[in-house]
Structure formats: structure tokens, C-alpha cells
Design a protein. Structure first.
Length: 241
């Protein structure tokens, strides 16, 4: 494959990956606590290449952890975080972290996420409520029911979010044992509110148009490369005849 076609084909592949990320962002524009994905481009130089075909590719997606808008719901089991941090929950294979505070109660009184993961209490395992008494949560995350302290929500933070891997649409886990959570400091818990997605449909639409235009230009480059190759073959055949 000639350098022009190879580079254009690599660009097409990168734009396809961009389209997939954009589509996922648009699909989750209404998902509470969702953090949008972005593309990080780099250049790839094939070590076996004799010439110098530098090819664009998406080295890795990165997640935009900026805070979404907090919206009032009036539901005492809905909670949002203002500032850095994540709610800690018990996932199927270990601790998970999320900004989606749309919680509900299990029949046994445990506070659960929408997916059924138990919300963790600081130092005491899971948070368990009793009966149907009124629930109050202060800005430090202390949960009270009928005036008595039940526990404190475990709100974790990380020195760097680079070590977090996204699971599903609203959960994260530590990439390895070296990435350890710490108690969140500059954060408050807001009861009766949820954090909306930070994925903007309008922004995604603009980026989608831009990526589609780039895609069309690269398609033309591939077609141009094919035409140039055909012309070269015809010229060689004409000289050899």
C-alpha cells in the first residue's frame, strides 16, 4: 500500500473510533454522573517501513472528569457530589467508584445504586437503613434516620484520575493496586440532587459534523491514491510495451 493510501486509511480508522466515542457520549447525555470520553491522537511510525509513513491513530481515549450540573429531584435518596470525589460502592469484583448518586433501598435496608451495587459506609462496610423513617444526609455525608446516626457515606478521591478505568457508563475502578483511594477533602454531599452528564449534545453534534467532514476528505484521499496507482500501472505497462 502506498504511503498516501496507508496514511488516509489510518486516518479513517481513527475517525471511526471518534464516531463511536461521540455516539456513546450522545447516548449518555441524559445519564446521571456520566463522564464523556475524548480522543487522544498520536502518530505511529511503522518500524518495518522503509519510507516514512507516519500514521495518525487514537492512542487511547481519555475521560473528561469535569463536574456536571447539579439538579434538584426532591428524592431524599438521590445524592450528588459538589467537588472532587466519587461514591464508593461494592462491585461484583471489588470496589467501584461513581458520580451517579441515584440510589434506592433494598428490602434489607441497604442503600443500592441503580445497578444494585451496595453503597459503602466509611469504615463500616455497607450503609444499612432501618424501616421507612425519614432520612437526612448532611454535607459531610453523615446519614441520619429518625435523628440517629446510621453511618457516613464513603466518598473517595484519587491523587490522579489517570489511573482510573471506566466500567460501563458511570463506574470506575483503580487500574492496579498502586492506585489507592483517599478520603475526599474538597467535596460536599448534596441530598435530593443528582449530577447530570457532562456530555453536551450540542457540542457532540458540532464535533460529529467536523469528524464527518474529515472522514469525507480522507475517503477522497484514498480514492485519489487508488487512481494514482492505476495511472502508474498503466504508464509502466505502456513503457514496457
Amino acid at each position: 500500500m502506498d504511503p498516501l493510501t496507508a496514511t488516509a486509511a489510518s486516518g479513517l480508522r481513527a475517525r471511526m473510533e471518534s464516531l463511536e466515542m461521540l455516539a456513546n457520549n450522545v447516548a449518555n447525555a441524559g445519564t446521571g454522573g456520566y463522564k464523556s470520553d475524548r480522543e487522544f491522537y498520536s502518530l505511529y511510525l511503522a518500524p518495518e517501513a522503509e519510507s516514512n509513513p507516519v500514521m495518525p491513530l487514537i492512542e487511547r481515549p481519555w475521560t473528561d472528569f469535569s463536574q456536571g450540573t447539579l439538579t434538584n429531584t426532591g428524592n431524599p435518596l438521590d445524592m450528588a457530589l459538589s467537588g472532587r470525589g466519587f461514591f464508593a460502592v461494592d462491585g461484583p469484583s471489588g470496589p467501584l467508584y461513581t458520580r451517579n448518586g441515584t440510589f434506592h433501598l433494598a428490602p434489607d435496608g441497604r442503600l443500592l445504586t441503580a445497578e444494585g451495587y451496595a453503597v459503602r459506609a466509611l469504615g463500616t462496610g455497607n450503609l444499612v437503613l432501618q424501616g421507612a423513617g425519614p432520612i437526612e444526609v448532611d454535607r459531610e455525608g453523615t446519614v441520619r434516620q429518625n435523628g440517629a446516626d446510621v453511618g457516613r457515606l464513603e466518598v473517595a478521591d484519587f491523587s490522579s484520575n489517570v489511573g482510573l478505568l471506566k466500567l460501563g457508563n458511570t463506574y470506575f475502578r483503580a487500574a492496579d493496586g498502586a492506585v489507592r483511594p483517599e478520603p475526599a477533602q474538597a467535596v460536599t454531599v448534596e441530598q435530593g440532587q443528582v449530577e447530570t452528564s457532562n456530555a453536551s449534545s450540542a457540542e457532540a453534534a458540532v464535533r460529529l459534523v467536523s469528524v464527518m467532514r474529515q472522514f469525507e476528505m480522507l475517503q477522497k484521499a484514498v480514492s485519489l491514491g487508488a487512481e494514482m496507482n492505476q495511472a502508474a500501472i498503466r504508464d509502466v505497462a505502456r513503457v514496457g510495451s
